[in-house]
Design a protein around this ligand. Structure first.
Ligand code: SAH
Ligand code: SF4
Ligand code: F3S
Length: 446
């Protein structure tokens, strides 16, 4: 790591998914190597980076709001503004032409060049020049295998095991912002897992845009996750986000039977109607999806299933939406993320299908699903009343530092009163559940 007489202070803000959180950790490592230091305080930063998300319109809107805040700040002092991540990749023209504020733009495969781009931008600013640094090429190979992300502590450590996505779901921008699928070498991943265990992390979450399509030689995802879960010192292994098409029996068996792989499967369904699933290019039918759910539940009736849904996709009729509603009633997930369809530039749906469901119909459908799911989640969580569950302590509850917060193996949030039960992050407690809401279990000591 190099040192500088007057190190530049960098502030980074992260939007979007866990992969972006992970990538921000990579960026910290890459910039620190070149002598940059990081600050939590944007007011004293020389460089402000935004690691952005492009998945839905509201993700864009957030970044544009932040950019307009920075405009005021930039008037008061020299400041380099960088946009990283999926929006940088997808909106390079808009961001460079329309936003004179942005000095540096780097997509998810270009972070090795970031120190150089920032150096150049600082120099250009010192010389009163207005040049911009751009790096938005996607790579078929970049996995940052040799860059250890600077993890900021806590209980969980992320490991990106694959990057990119080849599925081209018609609504989704990710294959365009993150490029083709590529998997890391398993030995590098296992070395990283062992280092993580040595550093005292209790949980590893394996990450990928389509994590269960991981393949490297004769290593598939089932073999990889089992090997990571065998690393001594690691108590829990999770994974996200999987695609329902990549759940061979061997993976289900690993999840169900390995004591350290968490009993939680996120199984994004998107829609319960076959015509819509076909238009979405999801590659499964409603019946095939429900057969997978049945297979999983036959293997372990206690497993926690969660999902993602898009309401109001192009041409979705009331009757087709009702199929999704009924699918939620049938599967009874523990929780579901419900999204309003948002047309994304460059996607297959944007090119082929008009975004023709009226905004108010989309919102009504989202509301109906959210209300249904809230009722089901409450009922599901109430099934835990009176049970004793192992809970991995993460820290304090968001609402009060007098309460502790942790997660069940199934990833459900648990809260307790710290006066009756002092707790330290990283501990696993055996707790008795006495109350439940749609999102939270309330516990006390056994
Ligand atoms: N790779 C993951 C996650 C993709 S993004 C997966 O395949 O599951 C997370 C969720 O955002 C998706 O599952 C989908 O429900 C939602 N999403 C993606 N594109 C969207 C769009 N254009 N409009 C609304 N929701 C979208
Ligand atoms: Fe997007 Fe589909 Fe890939 Fe998920 S699997 S990232 S929804 S294209
Ligand atoms: Fe967003 Fe890119 Fe993640 S679009 S959800 S930050 S992969």
């Amino acid at each position: 790591m190099s040192t500088r007489p007057n190190p530049r202070q960098v502030h980074i803000e992260t939007f979007g998914c866990q992969m972006n959180e992970y990538d921000s950790e990579l960026v910290r490592t890459l910039l620190k190597r070149e002598g940059y230091v990081f600050t939590e305080d944007r007011e004293c930063a020389d460089v402000i980076l935004m690691n952005t998300c492009a998945i839905r319109e509201n993700a864009h809107a957030k970044v544009y709001t932040h950019l307009s805040d920075l405009k005021a700040l930039k008037k008061t002092r020299p400041l380099v503004v960088g946009v990283l991540g999926c929006m940088a990749q997808n909106l390079k023209e808009e961001l460079t032409v329309k936003e004179p504020l942005v000095d540096v733009l780097a997509g998810p495969d270009a972070y090795r060049r970031l120190p150089m781009l920032i150096d150049d931008a600082i120099r250009a600013q010192e010389q009163g020049l207005g040049s911009k640094g751009l790096a938005v090429d996607l790579s078929e190979y970049e996995t940052y295998d040799d860059v250890t992300p600077e993890r900021t502590g806590g209980v969980n450590a992320w490991i990106a095991v694959m990057r990119g996505c080849d599925n081209f779901c018609s609504f989704c921008v990710v294959p365009y912002t993150r490029g083709r699928e590529r998997s890391r070498d398993p030995q590098g991943i296992l070395d990283e897992a062992r280092r993580i265990a040595d550093q005292g992390f209790k949980q590893i979450t394996l990450l990928g845009q389509n994590v269960n399509s991981y393949r490297s030689g004769d290593w598939d995802f089932a073999r990889l996750i089992s090997a990571v879960a065998d690393v001594p010192g690691i108590e829990r292994v999770r994974f996200t986000s999987p695609h329902p098409k990549d759940f061979p029996r061997s993976l289900l068996e690993a999840v169900v039977s390995h004591p350290r792989i968490c009993k939680h499967i996120h199984l994004p369904v998107q829609s319960g109607n076959d015509r819509i699933l076909g238009m979405m290019n999801r590659t499964y039918t409603r019946a095939e999806y429900l057969a997978l759910v049945d297979e999983i539940r036959r293997m372990d009736s206690d497993i926690v299933l969660t999902t993602d849904i898009i309401a109001g996709f192009c041409s979705e009729s009331d009757a087709e939406f009702a199929d999704t509603y009924r699918l939620l009633e049938t599967v009874r997930y523990h929780s579901a993320f419900v999204f309003l369809y948002s047309e994304r530039k460059h996607t297959i749906a944007a090119r082929k299908f008009p975004d023709d469901v009226p905004a108010e119909v989309k919102s009504q459908r989202v509301t109906a699903l959210v209300e249904l799911q809230r009722r089901i989640s409450t009922e599901r969580n109430r099934e835990y009343l009176g049970r004793t569950l192992p809970v991995l302590v993460e820290g304090d509850a968001k609402k009060s530092h007098l309460q502790g917060m942790g997660k069940t193996d199934g990833n459900i949030t648990v809260i307790w009163d710290k006066s009756t039960l002092p707790s330290q992050p990283g501990q696993t407690l055996s707790l008795s559940i006495y109350d439940a809401s749609a999102s939270t279990l309330y516990a006390r000591p056994v």
